[in-house]
Design a protein around this ligand. Structure first.
Ligand SMILES: Cc1ncc(COP(=O)(O)O)c(C=O)c1O
Length: 458
C-alpha cells in the first residue's frame, strides 16, 4: 500500500493548469525580494504518460528508472499506479521499498554493482538484477542467495543523444560465454535486457536489439536455460517536441515484439523508461538577478539607428548548470527560455545569452537566443525540465536547489486512486471514458485550458 503522506501537493481547480500556478507564484513574489527559482510539477502529467504507455505499449510493463528523477512525489505517484522500478543503487532500492513497493516490482538494473549493495539487495528480497561480465557473475554467486539474473546486451546506440553501450552490454559472442559461465556457477538467468541509449533517434535500434535478444534466448535454450523475461530498457522521448515521437518508436517495437517474442512465447516484457515519464511534468521558473548590455563593434550602421540595434544582452539567472541545468552538461540538453512577461507584438528583440549564478564561466545556460529587453526581477520559464535535472543538481557556490511545488487535478487524483484500487483497465482507449474507471479515459487526452488569472490552490 502506498500513501501520499510524505509530500505535499495542491489540487488544481477545474480548468487550471500548472502554468497558472507558476503565474500565481510569480504574482505573489511581485513585491518581495524573495524571487528564488522554483519548479511546478504536474503529477497528473505523470499519470497521463502512464495511461499513454498502457495504450500504445500494452504488452510492456514499465519499470520507472528512478535515476531520472528520484523525487519522492514522482516515485510515490508511480508506485500508486502500480509501476515497477529500475533501481541503480542501494539508496534507490531503499527509497522505493520505503513506499511499500514489493521486491518483485524492482529490477536492480546496474550491471556493475558494489558487493555490499548486492548483499543489501539479497537481504531485502530484490532478486532481479542485470549483469554483463564474468566478474559480476562471480560476485553475485558469492553475495546473493537467490538472484534472478538478466543479461544486458550491447546495442548500436550511435544515434542516441546519450550513449550507454560504450560502457555496458555484452556482445552476442560474449553472451554465449557468459551463459556458459553462469551455468557452471549454478546461477539462474531469467532473461535479457538492453538499452538503446537515452534520447534514441532511430527506432530501428529497438528492432535490432529485440532480434539480438531473441538470439541470446535461443543460445540460452541450447544451454538449458528457459528464459522468461525481456527488458527493452529506456530511451523513449519525454515530450512531444522531440525529434522522434513516442508512437513512432512503439510502431517499430510492437511488431518486433510480436515477431520475436509472440504472446504465446510466454515471455514477460518490461522496460525501464525514465525521461518518458517525467520530462514534460516539470516547468522551471528562474529570476533574472543581473544583466549586462554590451554594444557590438560599430559596423557603419545608418544614421537613423538609435544604437539599440547594436546591443547584445547578457542575463544572469538564479539557477544554472551546477543546478537544474546540469542537464546541459550531462544530458546534452538544449533548453529554450520563455519570457514570463509576454513581449508586445512590436517589441524589439535582441541577441541574448543566459548565464547561471555561479562564478564559473562554464555556467552558461544558453549561448545565443533572441529575447526582448527584460529587467532584473523579471522571470524566464523553461518547459520539459523533469528529466535528469533535479536528480543530479548540486549546491555549488552555495546556491540552493529550487523548491518544487507539486500539483494535480482532482480528476487525475481520482483516476490514480481508482487505478490503485482496481488496477489498470484491460483496454486504455484514447477517447473512451467507458473503458477506464471514472474519469481516466478522458484524462488520457486531457488538455486543460490555460487561464490567465491566478489559480486557487487548496
Ligand atoms: C539501465 C538504464 N535504464 C533506464 C534508463 C533510463 O533511460 P531513459 O531516461 O532514456 O528512458 C537509463 C538511463 O541512463 C539506464 O542507464
Amino acid at each position: 500500500m502506498t500513501s501520499f503522506d510524505n509530500f505535499e501537493f495542491s489540487f488544481l481547480e477545474e480548468g487550471f493548469c500548472a502554468r497558472d500556478i507558476i503565474d500565481q507564484k510569480i504574482n505573489e513574489s511581485t513585491y518581495s525580494d524573495d524571487k528564488d527559482a522554483f519548479y511546478v510539477a504536474d503529477l497528473g502529467d505523470v499519470l497521463k504518460k502512464h495511461l499513454r504507455w498502457a495504450r500504445v505499449l500494452p504488452r510492456v510493463t514499465p519499470f520507472y528508472a528512478v535515476k531520472c528523477n528520484d523525487s519522492r512525489a514522482v516515485v510515490e505517484t508511480l508506485a500508486t499506479l502500480g509501476a515497477g522500478f529500475d533501481c541503480a543503487s542501494k539508496t534507490e532500492i531503499q527509497l522505493v521499498q520505503s513506499l511499500g513497493v514489493e521486491p518483485s516490482r524492482i529490477i536492480y538494473a546496474n550491471p556493475c554493482k558494489q558487493v555490499s549493495q548486492i548483499k543489501y539487495a539479497s537481504a531485502h528480497g530484490v532478486q532481479m538484477m542485470t549483469f554483463d561480465s564474468e566478474v559480476e557473475l562471480m560476485k553475485v554467486a558469492r553475495s546473493h542467495d537467490n538472484a534472478k539474473l538478466v543479461l544486458r546486451i550491447a546495442t548500436d546506440d550511435s544515434k542516441a543523444v546519450c550513449r550507454l553501450s560504450v560502457k555496458f552490454g555484452a556482445t552476442l559472442k560474449g553472451s554465449r560465454l557468459l551463459l556458459e559461465r553462469a551455468k557452471e556457477l549454478g546461477l539462474d538467468i531469467i532473461g535479457v535486457s538492453f538499452h538503446v541509449g537515452s534520447g534514441c533517434t532511430d527506432p530501428e535500434t529497438y528492432a535490432q536489439a529485440i532480434a539480438d535478444a531473441r538470439c541470446v534466448f535461443d543460445m540460452g535454450a541450447e544451454l538449458g536455460y528457459n528464459m522468461t523475461l525481456l527488458d527493452i530498457g529506456g530511451g523513449f522521448p519525454g515530450s512531444d517536441d522531440s525529434k522522434l515521437k513516442f508512437e513512432e518508436i512503439t510502431a517499430v517495437i510492437n511488431p518486433a515484439l510480436d515477431k520475436y517474442f509472440p504472446v504465446d512465447s510466454g515471455v514477460r516484457i518490461i522496460a525501464e523508461p525514465g525521461r518518458f515519464y517525467v520530462a514534460s511534468a516539470y516547468m522551471l521558473a528562474v529570476n533574472i538577478i543581473a544583466k549586462k548590455v554590451n554594444m557590438k563593434e560599430q559596423s557603419g550602421s545608418d544614421d537613423e539607428d538609435d544604437g539599440t540595434n547594436d546591443r547584445t544582452l547578457m542575463y544572469y539567472v538564479n539557477d544554472g548548470v551546477y543546478g537544474s541545468f546540469n542537464c546541459i552538461l550531462f544530458d546534452h540538453a538544449h533548453v529554450t527560455p520563455i519570457v514570463h512577461k509576454k513581449p508586445k507584438p512590436d517589441e524589439r528583440m535582441y541577441p541574448c545569452s543566459i548565464w547561471g549564478p555561479t562564478c564559473d564561466g562554464l555556467d552558461r545556460i544558453v549561448e545565443l537566443c533572441t529575447l526582448p529587453d527584460r529587467q532584473v526581477g523579471d522571470w524566464l520559464l523553461f518547459e520539459n525540465m523533469g528529466a535528469y535535472t533535479v536528480a543530479a543538481s548540486s549546491t555549488f557556490n552555495g546556491f540552493q536547489k529550487p523548491d518544487i511545488y507539486y500539483v494535480m487535478s482532482r480528476s487525475a487524483w481520482q483516476c490514480m486512486q481508482q487505478i490503485h484500487a482496481h488496477g489498470m483497465p484491460a483496454l486504455v482507449e484514447e477517447q473512451s471514458p467507458g473503458n477506464m474507471p471514472g474519469h481516466c479515459g478522458r484524462e488520457s487526452t486531457l488538455e486543460l485550458p490555460a487561464k490567465s488569472c491566478a489559480a486557487r490552490v487548496l
